[in-house]
Structures are given as C-alpha cells and as structure tokens.
Write a protein that binds this ligand. Structure first.
Ligand code: HEM
Length: 415
C-alpha cells in the first residue's frame, strides 16, 4: 500500500532490540554485537573502528543492541544496491526517532517512498540545488567572517562552540526564515534528540521541538515570507495544499537532518586539520582543488548511517533477509571499503573520483548536500585565511558523542 502522508499511521514492523528479539531466520554465525553507536570500542575512535570493520566483521551481519537489532551493510556495493532499490528497502518507519503513536506523523521526505516522495522534494529542491545554494554564498561567507572576527585574536577557542556549530546553525535559520536568537536553543535540542542518553531525554527534546515548530508554522501561515518554512507551509503540489501533518513532518525533518550533521562534519575535519599542520598547508597551497579536497574530506569523515526496512524478502551475499527486518548502511564503513578506496584511512586529495556515501545515493540522497559542501568550502577558505596554523590544546580530552551522528563533543584549539 502506498504511504498516505496526510493520514499517517505508525508502521506495523516490529522494532526489535536485544538478544531476546532475534528472528529465527538469522543464522547464529552472523550475529554480532558491534556496539555502534554507543559502545566503548566504537567511541574510542569511531572512524578507525568503522574502517576496521572490514577485517573484524562479515560484509553483512546481524547486529544486536539495546538501540535496535538490524542487518549491517559495510560494503560500498551493497549499500549502493540497498539505497537505489527502494522497492526492496523501504524508508517507511526507518528512522529511529520516537513519536507519540496517538499523534503520529511521518518525517518528510525521509520516510516517504516513491512515487509520493518526489512531490515533496520538488517543493524545496530548487532552493537546495547547486545553483540555488550559490545564492547563499555571500551570506555564508559573512556569517563565517563575523564568527572569526570574534575569535581570531584570542589565540584559542573551543571550535565547536565558536565556529563549528554557530556557522551552519545560523545559516540554517536564515534559510528557514527562523530567528537567529533561537540558535543556541536549537543546537541544544538537536543534541538531546540525536545524542540523548536514553529514550526519555530524546522524547523530551522532541516535545520541545514539536511545540516550537508548530508555533513557527502557525506564524508563517499568517505572515508568509521567503524562507523554507513558509514555502512548505504554502506549498500546493498538484493544486492541493499540504495537510498540517505533512507541513509539520517536513519542517521538523529539515531541523533534524540539517543541523547536527554539518557541525559534526566540521568538528571531525577541524580535529584532523589541527593534528596535521602539513596537510593544512597543502590545502592552502591548492586553492583550485578545493572541490576535490572537500569531497575527500567528506569521504574520510562521513558522520551518519542510513536505515531501511526490508520490504520484500531478499537474499544478498547468501544472506536471507525477510520482510520487516531492519538494515543499516554503515556509511562511514562503506566509505572505507578497501575494494573501492585503497588505503581508506589515508586522506588523498588526488584519489580517482568514486561515488562517496556521505550523503547516500538514490531517491533519498541528501537534499542539503550542496549546501553542506558549500559551507565546508567557505569554512575552510575563511578559517585558513585568518588562522592558518593551529593545534589541539595540550592535554585536551577528545570525547566522541554516542548516537547517530558521529563526531567529537568538543575540539579545543590553540594558535
Ligand atoms: C555534512 C552535512 C550532511 C550530511 C553528512 C548529511 C547526510 C545525509 C544522509 C546520509 C542522508 C540520507 C539518509 C538516508 O538515506 O537514510 C540525508 C538526507 C537528507 N538530508 Fe542531509 N546531510 C547533511 C546536511 C544536510 C543539510 C544542511 C540539510 C538541510 C538543510 C539536509 C537535509 C536532508 C534531507 C531533507 C534529507 C532527506 C532527503 C530525502 O529523503 O529525500 N542535510 N542527509
């Protein structure tokens, strides 16, 4: 049955978690407990851990954990297949975020399978196309410069607070047409939702976000503007206005998809830059190669995962997966697949171009990918122009946050 986003119903597929909920068709030899994304070994160095998966785990295995049980795909080829074949791997009910079953809504467009999916993307895709985001270049650059004005002469900063978070969040608020004074509150909610220690704190964060966004939509209904929230609120694909639940599910997903991902990416990259001053100088010396540099950095430091639900029984690599099973494409591991990216942990700006999976592929490929690339490019240009030499503060403890978006909690820098 095609999904009807105007009349959402909670998915009937079970959300299995823990060793007592392993379906009988899963062979014992494929059962593992990887500890992604909360285990000690994972958090000690998530990207190294995910690169090592190609030695330590079968290419497809059944991961058992408190957050949920799911088949894990770590081969580039397998993830490409899953992400391109929505008829086998559905997005309905595939996100982990808790919702009130009595007031259910879909996260749009991520939980909508084709063909309905396209109508939602058409509403905002033009704003987020390569051409669309280029219009934002001046604004992003100005925001980056303003932040650097505050910090460049200080000789030190906590990167995340001073630059990594406020840059993408303030740009996001501008695009959405939401007030800048909500910046820090937004960051806090996003962190609690995506990195909450338990489902309770995630649920609380969700309640706050829900209340704020409902009020913002009501305001845009009354006072339309050029921002994305207003555009979605007043959209009428095929002449039919969106229902309140569709508007809400769309706006709230942009909030979830568009904040934490960018600042986690920046954090990972700046930590690496601070530890590799010779590579910083290489980047500065190759201004014309910045697009390739950004692409390689996104491969090396991809931050998230793609979940799907098996829509019809399927066998891959001799593994039988059944309708209703969950799968997770471990995107960073796929970006470290040595069959596609030799010496995968090496940052090599001259690698032959291959499809990277930081933003996935297929119908659900990241809507914000061009914006994220541009933000990263401008962040590199502006930061390295003002602060070309910097290092991690002595004795700083680098701690990775548990959760679905991988990155260090803080990155204390000195220069
Ligand atoms: C470096 C930053 C980012 C990363 C690594 C990232 C990653 C991803 C990934 C992996 C997906 C696909 C998820 C899946 O297939 O299950 C996705 C989807 C999406 N992202 Fe991003 N994202 C980033 C930035 C952004 C930004 C800035 C926005 C919006 C302003 C955004 C909005 C979206 C939306 C709306 C989708 C769903 C697309 C669909 O279902 O059609 N993302 N993102």
């Amino acid at each position: 049955m095609p999904i009807d986003a105007a009349n959402p119903v909670p998915p009937s597929y079970p959300r299995r978690a823990g060793p007592d909920q392993i379906p009988p068709h899963v062979p014992k030899e494929l059962i593992r407990t990887s500890g992604i994304p909360t285990g000690e070994a994972f958090l000690a160095g998530p990207h190294d851990f995910m690169a090592r998966m190609h030695q330590d785990f079968p290419p497809i295995f059944y991961d058992v954990g408190d957050y949920g049980n799911a088949w894990q795909f770590i081969k580039h080829e397998d993830a490409l297949f899953a992400l391109r074949h929505w008829e086998h791997f559905s997005n309905e009910g595939a996100t982990p975020f808790p919702r009130d079953p009595n007031d259910y809504f879909y996260f749009i467009p991520i939980e909508i399978d084709p063909p309905q999916h396209r109508k939602y993307r058409n509403i905002v895709d033009p704003l987020f196309s390569p051409k669309g985001v280029l219009k934002l270049e001046g604004l992003i650059r100005q925001r980056a410069r303003d932040l650097l004005d505050d910090v460049a002469d200080k000789g030190e900063c906590e990167f995340t607070e001073a630059f990594g978070r406020p840059l993408p969040v303030s740009v996001f608020l501008d695009i959405m047409g939401l007030p800048q004074d909500m910046r820090d509150t937004f960051v806090e909610w996003a962190i609690d939702l995506l990195h909450g220690k338990d489902r309770e704190s995630m649920g609380r964060a969700m309640q706050n976000i829900v209340a704020y966004i409902k009020q913002a939509i009501a305001e845009k209904k009354a006072h339309p503007d050029e921002g994305v929230v207003s555009r979605i609120t007043h959209a009428a694909p095929d002449g039919m206005p969106l229902s309140d639940k569709e508007i809400f599910g769309f706006v709230i997903f942009l909030f979830i998809g568009g904040l934490d991902t960018v600042f986690a990416t920046l954090n990972n990259i700046w930590l690496w830059l601070a530890r590799n001053p010779d590579r910083v100088q290489e980047i500065i010396a190759r201004p014309n190669d910045l697009d390739a540099i950004v692409e390689e950095l996104l491969r090396r430091w991809s931050v998230t995962f793609s979940g799907r639900v098996v829509a019809q029984d399927i066998e891959m690599r001799g593994v039988q997966m059944k309708k209703g099973d969950r799968i997770t494409c471990v995107l960073p591991a796929c970006n470290f697949d040595p069959d596609v990216f030799p010496n995968p942990l090496e940052v090599d700006f001259d690698r032959p171009r291959r499809t990277i999976l930081a933003f996935t592929v297929g119908v659900h490929s990241c809507m914000g990918s061009h914006l994220a690339r541009l933000e990263l490019k401008i962040a590199l240009q502006e930061w390295l122009r003002r602060i070309p030499q910097f290092a991690v503060k002595q004795d700083a403890q680098i701690v990775y946050r548990p959760g679905g978006v991988v990155g260090p909690e803080s990155v204390p820098l000195v220069w």
